[in-house]
Design a protein. Structure first.
Length: 159
């Protein structure tokens, strides 16, 4: 006898749907957590590399302050000298590697036992790769815009 109401079949469908929803949400949470962990690990590697490069740059600067002449290499880092075109100030420049595509760029002026920091910044050294995969229609090859078919207007040359 069917007295109406919810039967065993509809309760099973609701249970299967609830389990399916929980499974999908748990998988989404897992993927988001993995992506967040990868982002945190990349940030940690960048900061660790930055502080190692900063320490190396400080050691190089200390050795440059102690030496009478500017060496060409300190702690395995090439040292270059130059003159600023705008101000005529002589500077010493070097770069300490942070990662494969980043470097700590240092530019200082040294006068006796004192120094002035001109640059102490992180620079990208990797190649820039443009994304040109999106095909956008730029109009006809002759540079004109033809609205005549749509609105009865003459063709207008593009500027």
């Amino acid at each position: 006898m069917n007295k109406g109401g919810i039967g065993v079949g509809s309760a099973s469908v609701v249970l299967v749907f609830a389990v399916l929803c929980l499974t999908v949400f748990s998988l989404i949470s897992f993927v988001v957590a993995e992506n967040d962990k990868a982002l945190v690990d990349a940030g940690q590697q960048l900061m660790t590399g930055y502080y190692k490069a900063d320490s190396q740059a400080e050691q190089i600067l200390a050795q440059l302050l102690e030496s009478d002449a500017t060496p060409s290499n300190v702690l395995g880092v090439d040292i270059t000298t130059g003159t600023d075109d705008a101000t005529g100030v002589e500077y010493i420049s070097y770069g300490c590697p942070i990662s494969d595509d980043k470097v700590l760029d240092v530019k200082v002026t040294i006068s006796g036992n004192s120094y002035e920091i001109l640059n102490w910044r992180m620079l990208d050294t990797g190649d820039w790769v443009t994304d040109d995969k999106l095909n956008v229609w730029l109009g006809p090859d002759d540079g004109s815009i033809d609205l005549g078919d749509q609105m009865g207007l003459p063709s207008v040359p593009a500027n």
